[in-house]
Design a protein around this ligand. Structure first.
Ligand SMILES: Nc1ncnc2c1ncn2[C@@H]1O[C@H](COP(=O)(O)OP(=O)(O)OP(=O)(O)O)[C@@H](O)[C@H]1O
Ligand SMILES: [Mg+2]
Length: 300
């Protein structure tokens, strides 16, 4: 028998009165997987996550976590899930340490050594009152409370939003360690390099509908990348004609610009025949990837 998915949704739908929330969202997340949830602002990522956490109720459809109905068995689900909300609200008047101890008690006791370890890794000062913390430092407290009971599943709504690159890196490391431990992660993000680095699969949600669920490698293979190569001297444009996956080649003096779909191998090998001064690669934004996928029209 196939292993029970850690998250399962079937036709999950939430309508906010006249306003669209999400519609017919169906996907599975398997154990040990990092599943990324991508989509433009207002696409429905937070709505989906709130439904999973039973903070709002679906208009139709259902969701299960570890095979447990998130509505009927919400308490049991929460015990095994670490959740970071997108719009974090913490008790501003409390010191971080007191808040984490309080939440730890609510969860039936949490090893303080683990809290200290996470705080050290993230550079969080637990002595300060939450209301006095910068938004990035509040986010760290939010992450610690999500991770501290070593839950089997992490559900994180934009975990690295507003954090500096060093801390983002540390969070990626913590999440990778959790996965190496056999735990699973569901995260929403707008940061494509983060999703590329961390996720095995992604779901793309647009206007409330899940338009694709893809392996990250398939997503990368279809991504468009702008490339600019500066040579020591002018190069013949013909050297970059008809290369696999290379489009829109323009040559201006000693600079060649092009768009590459998928692997950079062909263009790099073509460039290597001349003296290269610099290579600049522009990572495609989410929007470009969406356009590359769907040509700006409806999903296939
Ligand atoms: N409480 C609410 N009442 C009415 N409409 C809502 C409510 N919450 C969300 N919506 C609407 O549902 C849609 C999805 O919003 P949601 O917050 O899930 O998007 P998101 O993908 O998380 O976006 P972002 O990337 O900006 O965080 C939006 O059109 C939003 O306006
Ligand atoms: Mg959101």
């Amino acid at each position: 028998m196939a292993e029970q998915p850690v998250i399962q949704t079937r036709q999950l739908t939430k309508s906010y009165g006249r306003h669209r929330g999400i519609e017919d969202v169906t996907f599975d997340v398997t154990r040990g997987e990092v599943f990324g949830f991508l989509g433009p602002n207002g696409a429905g990522k937070t709505t989906t996550i709130r439904l999973l956490m039973d903070l709002i109720r679906p208009t139709a459809g259902a969701a299960w976590i570890f095979g447990l109905d998130v509505r009927a068995q919400g308490l049991e689900v929460r015990r095994r899930v670490g959740y970071l909300p997108g719009e974090l609200r913490l008790y501003e008047g409390m010191r971080s340490e007191d808040l984490l101890r309080y939440l730890g008690h609510l969860r039936g006791g949490v090893g303080w050594a683990e809290v200290k370890r996470l705080a050290d890794r993230l550079g969080a000062d637990l002595d300060r009152r939450i209301g006095e913390l910068s938004s990035g430092n509040k986010q760290k407290v939010g992450l610690i409370q999500a991770l501290m009971h070593r839950p089997d599943l992490l559900i994180l709504d934009e975990p690295t939003a507003g954090l500096d690159p060093l801390i983002q890196h540390e969070i990626h490391a913590l999440l990778s360690e959790a996965v190496a431990d056999g735990r699973s992660v569901f995260l929403s993000s707008h940061i494509l390099p983060e999703v590329e680095a961390l996720c095995h699969r992604v779901g793309i949600i647009r206007e409330g509908r899940l338009v694709a669920v893809e392996e990250i490698d398939a997503l990368k293979a279809r991504a468009l990348r702008r490339l600019e190569i500066q040579f020591a001297t002018a190069v013949p444009p013909a050297a970059f004609a008809n290369l696999a996956g290379v489009q829109d080649v323009s040559t201006q003096d000693s600079v060649v610009r092009c768009t590459v779909v998928g692997s950079l191998d062909a263009v790099i090998k073509a460039a290597a025949r001349f003296e290269v001064v610099n290579v600049v690669s522009h990572e495609p934004g989410l929007e470009e990837i969406f356009l590359a996928y769907y040509g700006g029209t409806d999903a296939p």
